[in-house]
Write a protein that binds this ligand. Sequence first.
Ligand SMILES: Cc1ncc(COP(=O)(O)O)c(C=O)c1O
Length: 393
Amino acid sequence: MYDVLTVREDFPLLKNVIYLDNAATTQTPVQAVSAMLDYFYKYAANHGRGAHRLARETTDHYEDARDELASFFNMDVEKTVFTKNATEGINVVSRGFPWKQGGHVIVTLVEHHSNLLPWMRLKESGVELTVIKPGKDGIIDPEDIRSSINDRTQLIAVNHVSNVFGSIQDIGKIISLARMEGVKVLVDGSQSAGNMPIDIKVCDPDFFVCPGHKGLLGPQGTGLLYIKEPDSIEPLLLGGGMVSSVTPDSFRMEPSPAKFEAGTPNIPGVIGLGRAVEYVKDIGVHNIEKHELSLARKTALLLSEIHGVEVYGPQNRAGVVSFNVVGMNAHDVAMILDQTRNICVRSGYHCAMPSVDHLGVKGTVRASFALYNTEEEVEALIRTVSDIVSLVL
Ligand SMILES: Cc1ncc(COP(=O)(O)O)c(C=O)c1O
């Protein structure tokens, strides 16, 4: 294991707050911030576009970050595409996939809007959508997916971990059943990347997306898209940096990943992300997973013991705990936590209205954990929620 207090020194902001909104975005370690400062102060230029020394140095650092990410997830470098967030990755696939007229896509009800709306829009192009319902705990039964596959099904899009329930989906099983039916799978790893070990060559999805700014500890405006067969997908954006030749009436695209990265990318962000991932790797994802799961499961247990608190999601959850104080609006609870004890949690629908509706409530309070959270922070949360409950009882 690692020493949490030593790790916290790399996140100066944590001296002032109890930050439990890591499912929305995490803090970035000083090592990654300083890698970004190095870019601005020492070698800033554009990527891949010049022969001069700064452009070459920038390109080297940017591509080093790609190597870092590819090695972290065991992905081929040429299939490792930088995006600005998870949402962009999903939209690249939904827009660029070779849909057939009358095609069919399967998603689940426990998706973030980012992994729901891009598929809904396909109805306009004649692609049918099936939305699979989870159990009460947010877990999808792979058999429900299997029984929804028909001879027109082209793709299944599913989260690895729900940002509302903290439920962990059996993506291994979903991918293997899809493979047997000749159906492609997109995994939304937004709540699992950097939080639990993922080996892309082992789980073998056709597409994998994640943000850089959650479990990977990178800055906002970064994300990752893995495409197993890049030639099968059309890029979303066309423009500079993604073409090898252009005439007045035609162009030839570069191979992946350049094909999917038109325009100037978020160069400092990607460089910071590369350094952040190195940081995560040094601590060890297995260690991070163990730590986050232990905090989240303890939180869920202690909250469920408070009379007047409802906790959602399965016992075997990832680092996300949704709950409500019965009779109180989730935003009010979050505001009291912040204003009385500097505890930052998320409240509301978490960009996943169908998931929250499935619980039959109008929002939840969500505490979510990262490698730098402590048992003491969990105890402060529990104490404060108990105090809030005593106000309403
Ligand atoms: C499960 C899930 N998918 C997708 C997203 C969207 O991520 P981004 O805002 O980086 O596009 C989130 C963000 O919270 C998420 O939790």
